[in-house]
Design a protein. Structure first.
Length: 393
């Protein structure tokens, strides 16, 4: 039951022991900016002479620590443009900072190699608040994940699911109740389900495997999609999946999940960075994921229409004394395996006329050294079914 953005799907590869490099430079050859007021002594001329020719820094912004990959998010460019118009239109082009105001291929950590095809944005401002592009990144991530989960051409059903689909019972639910309209605008509504509470069919778990059409990081790894009825209200299930203190209720392999940075939290919108640790049986190692976890209501309201929860691995420029450092420390590093959630999605859809039931769509795209490529799809399909059954239990 470890495949979700609250269990094993909920967090990301931890990049430990890396002091934060400047969000304004961040190439391996550049020096880190001091975190005290000595930053003021760094002149624009000195910055411009650095290898990456970064824009001048803003003294109001502390160095960011949390960064997200966005190259594979086709909506990121337009979302970033909207953010500039609405949030920092007063800045001239020369004042825009890499990662902070514009996505950049410059690696956010000195341990990373530069990839001109990659794109990174800062999620935090280094002072515990959202960076200017954080909400744009959330919007692009949600739209990309929703489009992927509803793209029939991307997915191949496993044998058991193929038989269920041939029966026609699920025809009005699977893919045909769009989360996005044909024009690309958000279109959400409660769904009708084919099986009454207590019937045999309500235990169905439909599972697909798929591949991404892009050529960015992780495209060669299989993605897994599953869909099932859960006898919980949409808000109850959303709260369960978002609450880090409750992960062990449905993920028996979990040894804990910690929120190391909360950027926003209310009943309708949650954005935070989490570190999850699981200990699969017979492996002898601890699986660690460090992720962005973002939840929001679908348009129309949570219990009326539903919720969407996305997760993705983050790069963390973590100081030795950073808050939450203890959450990522394990006594024996040789027994730790860092994995990455490349794309995690849970869509919780309200059921028409039944407030205590919902349809859960789960999408997972995971990269882990613990999972050999040849077994990735098989293990992913099995884990998806186990996740649904553990949620139901």
């Amino acid at each position: 039951g470890s495949f979700t953005l609250t269990g094993v799907t909920s967090l990301t590869a931890s990049l430990n022991n890396c002091r934060p490099s400047s969000p304004f430079g961040n190439s391996a050859s550049e020096k880190n900016y001091s975190e005290d007021e000595g930053n003021d002594s760094i002149s624009h001329t000195q910055q411009q002479q650095q290898q990456q020719q970064q824009p001048p820094s803003s003294q109001q912004l502390q160095p960011s620590k949390i960064f997200l990959r966005t190259a594979d998010l086709p909506h990121m460019k337009i979302s970033a443009t909207h953010s500039r118009h609405s949030s920092f239109s007063e800045l001239s082009d020369s004042e825009l900072l890499h990662h902070i105001h514009v996505p950049s291929s410059d690696p956010p950590l000195s341990t990373m190699e530069h990839d001109v095809n990659e794109s990174w944005v800062a999620l935090d401002d280094g002072n515990g608040k959202k960076a200017p592009l954080a909400e744009a990144a959330m919007e692009a991530l949600v739209k990309t994940a929703l489009e992927a989960c509803m793209d029939r051409t991307m997915w191949t059903a496993n044998g058991a699911t193929g038989k269920l689909l041939k029966s026609g019972a699920w025809e009005d639910v699977i893919f045909n109740s769009p989360l996005l309209s044909s024009e690309g605008n958000d279109h959400h509504e409660a769904v009708r389900i084919p099986h009454a509470k207590g019937s045999k069919g309500e235990s169905d778990v439909l599972v697909w495997s798929g591949t991404w059409s892009h050529n960015y990081y992780g495209h060669d790894l299989p993605a897994i999609r599953c869909e099932a009825i859960v006898n919980m209200s949409p808000s109850s299930l959303a709260n369960l999946l978002v609450d880090s203190s409750r992960v062990k209720e449905y993920n028996k392999m979990s040894i804990g999940r910690d929120d190391i940075l909360v950027l926003h939290e209310d009943d309708k919108w949650v954005t935070k960075i989490c570190v999850a640790k699981t200990k699969p049986p017979m492996i002898g190692k601890i699986l660690v994921l460090k992720n962005l976890l973002h939840m929001e209501e679908l348009p129309g309201g949570g219990d009326t229409v539903g919720y969407v929860i996305v997760s993705r691995a983050v790069a963390h420029a973590q100081e030795e004394d950073a808050e939450g450092a203890a959450a990522t420390v394990v006594e024996d590093p040789s027994k730790v395996v860092h994995s990455e959630m490349l794309m995690g999605l849970n869509v919780i859809r309200a059921v028409e006329g039944e407030k205590d039931r919902c349809v859960l769509i789960n999408l997972n795209h995971l990269r882990s050294p613990m999972i050999p490529m040849m077994f990735a799809k098989k293990l992913g399909l099995s884990a998806a079914v186990n996740f649904i059954n553990d949620i139901r239990a």
